[in-house]
Design a protein. Sequence first.
Length: 426
Amino acid sequence: MKVFKFGGASVKDAGAVENVARIIKQFPGKDLVVVISAMGKTTNALERILDHYVKGEPAVWEKFAELQKFHEEIVRDLAVPGEALREKLELLFDGLKNNLEREPSDNFDFDYDRIVSYGELFSTLIISYYLNAAGLENVWADARRLIRTDARYREARVNWTRTEELVGAKWKEIEAAASKGGRSIMITQGFIGHTEERNTTTLGREGSDFSAAVLAFVLVARDVTIWKDVPGVLNADPKYFKEAVLLKRISYREAIELAYYGASVIHPKTIKPLQNKDITLYVRSFLKPEEEGTVIERSTFSDSLMPSYIFKVNQALISFTPRDFSFVAEDNLSELFRLFDEHGMKIHLMQNSAINFSVCTDFVPSKLESLIKRCKTGYEVLYNAPCELVTIRHYDPDTISRLLIGKQVLVEQKSRSTARMALTEG
């Protein structure tokens, strides 16, 4: 069995959906679980709808109509025969409408999950019907009945044992229903799950990669392929590094490190479940599916052959000094970590000296102002913003020297394989 994951860019319009069918047809006879994201910028559109909804603004219905029209046009362009798809899609939009007619709850994250999750339901329903019409017999499965999570809305944690039971039972149904001698194909949603009470949850933004890994883990798939609009995993983001090249093979460990430091191709939580069961991960281009892309596997042989660069822009380097000039001790760190968590600010780099603790985090002025206000009694707080956080894996002096041209180093950290620097314009 193989698991495929198609992101929003790969299903953004009718032509993209037709391309998905062409890719699947290149793997005849293979049992497939196909995980699909919302189409194009649908998640962003639903977030705008949610914003109008919680504010009680009438524009919610204008945006709702635009979203419905967008999906109906894709159905029209795909020319799926019969009225069944249109009727079922209308039922889904009725469900979203009913949610929007309810009063917002006191929990924004709960409202987010029950509304924004509809994007994946729309896309998978359309694609499932199109694939059936194209001769790729499949079963549409609702991830709100498969992926069991806790009630930590927008960042739900998977209940692995119950998920394995639910997914396993569904897969057995699909295998039993498959044409004699034919293959089994399941179409399902990325990003979403459900609580024991059947409330909808999401696994975090860009969580569809993780959904694919969860399903591969519980079904013990042979491999997972994430289809992207890039050739594979590159050693840098081409937006910031013109000489970016393809990493043809890297290890699970290297992929985890790159994701942790901020590489955007793979969701940070995706790799570990695959590593635990030695499931190979491929990252390939849906624009050029004949190319091999990147293979992520157990072997670490290729990891150090080429340096990788991760750039996090629009950062703030914040320094805390106790006003009584006492040492920065465990109680100070515990207090500061708690405040960062309360403000929803993730620490990307940290460094401390005897009387100073510095962190690099995303520069969000409103959050930073609130944090400083909370800290001003006990600490003197200084910051540099905006600045840039650069991470180099498998560095050498030349790679560092090239990046420092015209830059001032605010903080620098080095280990045997990783160099990290907070930089500002020199």
